[in-house]
Write a protein that binds this ligand. Sequence first.
Ligand code: NDP
Length: 337
Amino acid sequence: NKSIIFLKHPTEFPVVGEHFEVQTKELNVTLAPSDVLVKNLFISLDPYMRGRMRNTDKSYTAGFQLGHVLNGGGVSEVIESKNDAFPVGTIVTGFVGWEQFSHVPGAQGLRALPNARTSPIPLSAYIGVLGMPGMTASLKIIGQPKKGETIFISAAAGAVGQLVGQMAKQQGLRVIGSVGRDDKVDYLINELKFDAAFNYKKGNILENLKSLAPEGIDIYYENVGGETLEAALEVMNTHGRVIACGMISQYNTQTPYGIRNLTHVVGKRITIRGFIVSDFAAECGADFARDVGSWLVKGEIIYKEDITEGIENAPDAFIGMLNGRNFGKAVVKIADL
Ligand code: NDP
């Protein structure tokens, strides 16, 4: 059973071999009543996992344990079962190890996907575009979008950004995105039909934003933090809303960026509200799965994935995702169904 073991807490970018590595162990599992053994097909690589590598308990998710297998969202097939709710052959999604096979005591946290074998939706979508009910809800509840308003989305070609951008277009917003590569700029404009986009690595972020949003921005969908947040506050209109989803530019550094213009929050009466994707799952999860599933099948939204083959390549792909090498939702394919 090839798996990825957590070795050491990184303080900046994690390094393969120093902070995590591949190890192979014999699979030797005895199932207790209610347990299942799953073959992992896909695992999700997410920026929040970097937070779980920190040497602190002060987080909304439990830290990874040194010497243990990393874990996260996955799509898997039950291959041995002592649980009647999850017979052999069931496709499931839930928390699994970064490994080929996971023993899941009591099938805890797993959700069966009864239609997954016959659905036209690819299995990887269950940990990607269909795993993000919080995105619609945050846009609507925190963003309070009104037709004709302008939204700015950072990390706009990523897992979150591309979905939020298309939903914002559906709501009649003018959509501006920032990304770190020119091919991502092209994707936003030509395929996702954003109104404008820029490469934050070229030129000045504030100047770019000012020229693309001459009437200011009303909503900022915050994924990166730092200088981009500072620029967004500068260009934001009175009563603007910041949907604080993530701040990836701050995850791998020991010297966080100091925002210099927070006083705009007062003068412009800006609301900044953070959220975690699971906050809205109970309220919106079912509607979200139905709506986004049907938009996907009908081609009303499109969604790019960046698939790395092989569990042994997961650490490098994870670091690549933190650096922007991924183009679309980062997943690792471990096995065929
Ligand atoms: P993405 O697919 O967007 O991948 C991460 C991207 O971040 C990279 O591709 C890169 O794109 C960009 N990036 C990396 N470093 C920087 C930097 N220094 N400055 C600007 N951009 C950078 O990941 P997700 O869509 O999964 O996540 C996006 C954000 O949403 C993250 O902040 C994440 O933590 C957050 N998130 C929050 C959730 C919640 O529950 N609140 C749930 C899921 C995600 P580029 O080429 O454009 O630089």
